[in-house]
Design a protein around this ligand. Structure first.
Ligand SMILES: NC(=O)c1ccc[n+]([C@@H]2O[C@H](COP(=O)([O-])OP(=O)(O)OC[C@H]3O[C@@H](n4cnc5c(N)ncnc54)[C@H](O)[C@@H]3O)[C@@H](O)[C@H]2O)c1
Length: 310
């Protein structure tokens, strides 16, 4: 199959590229390298250095004629979305609609979208949130993700486009940059690699649902093979406190966890975040197969092997 992965030089997108290549597809990775890196891109993929807003997108896609597009390129910083919602909407809504329109003109038959559970459902006060949970995005980033989920439904009705919105929980794994505010695993792993203890915002009892990026790539491949459509939560359903995460990583890095530091809590930070992935288990027969212990070890080892990564 001819598959185009946008954000293919980024953290999660590069794992999608690897998976599609390993399964014998012809893969193009398109990225403007704003936060991605050329070194993440599988050498068997064709790399296109391009911004989605570039006028040349149309001729590029016309040449590739991708049967499937997986769209992971995005403005991923929640704080930027709050300080500049117009920029965020231009990147995350308008550029996405343009990509869909260009794809449709060029025989694209399937569109996979990297959406976000945590950003759409809000506080998980009552435990794991399923796809029918109230949609209450708390910031422009979440509004944009939800908007595209809804646009894709409208494209399926109006233009018969088959698509899937994959609502990820908190993703971690090798190649995640430590600069992003969502990447707490990467932030702690990098500190430990540099011999510094993790620094937690607040008491550390806030929870997240950590899912391993290559497990998401496996889900994407299953979705494509099954031509599954609609909205799917992709998480583990397991809540981990940030304190437990820090302790686990200290143990992997051989650091005494009594050195863990606490800063002040961030005002407005989500207390609990956890997705119910049972729809994906039932309909896709997908289960996140990587244990947290193994995923953390692999991620830490990657940071050690890539000392220049910030
Ligand atoms: N990391 C998470 O925990 C998480 C959770 C939910 C959803 N997501 C979504 O998954 C996707 C991938 O996120 P990630 O964590 O891998 O981030 P990332 O920053 O590593 O990947 C995004 C990639 O898109 C590229 N890009 C950004 N704007 C572009 C543009 N206009 N044109 C071309 N390329 C552009 C960047 O250079 C980068 O390589 C995003 O859509 C993100 O919103 C991530």
């Amino acid at each position: 199959m001819r598959i185009l992965v946008t954000g293919g030089a980024g953290f999660i997108g590069s794992h999608f590229v690897d998976r599609f290549i390993a399964e014998g597809n012809q893969v193009w990775a398109l990225d403007n390298l704003r936060s991605g890196s050329r070194t993440n891109v599988n050498p068997k993929a064709k790399f296109i250095l391009m911004d989605l807003k570039d006028a040349a997108l149309e001729s590029e896609v016309a040449q590739i004629r991708p049967e499937a597009v997986f769209h992971l390129a995005a403005q991923i910083d929640v704080r930027v979305s709050c300080s500049d919602p117009i920029f965020d909407a231009t990147e995350n809504i308008i550029a996405t609609l343009r990509l869909i329109e260009v794809g449709l003109k060029n025989e694209m038959r399937f569109f996979g979208f990297a959406s976000s559970g945590g950003a759409i459902y809000g506080e998980a006060s009552n435990g794991p949130q399923s796809e029918i949970h109230l949609e209450v995005p708390m910031n422009p980033y979440g509004v944009a993700k939800l908007a595209i989920d809804k646009y894709l439904h409208s494209y399926s009705v109006q233009r018969s486009l088959k698509s899937v919105s994959l609502r990820f929980s908190n993703v971690y794994g090798p190649r995640q940059g430590a600069k992003g505010e969502a990447g707490v695993v990467a932030v702690f792993a990098k500190l430990l690699r540099d011999g510094k203890p993790p620094r937690i915002n607040g008491d550390g009892l806030q929870t997240r649902d950590f899912v391993y990026a290559p497990d998401l790539a496996e889900a994407a491949s299953m979705v494509l093979k099954q031509r599954a459509t609609g909205v799917f939560n992709l998480g583990t359903g397991i809540e981990t406190t940030i304190l437990d995460l820090a302790k686990n990583l200290c143990s992997i890095a051989d650091m005494d966890d009594s050195l863990i530091q606490h800063g002040s809590a961030i005002q407005g930070e989500q207390r609990r975040s956890v997705l119910d992935p049972s729809k994906a288990a039932r309909e896709l027969v997908w289960n996140p197969r990587t244990s947290f212990a193994h995923g953390l070890k692999t991620t830490y080892d990657w940071f050690v092997a890539n000392r220049s990564v910030e």
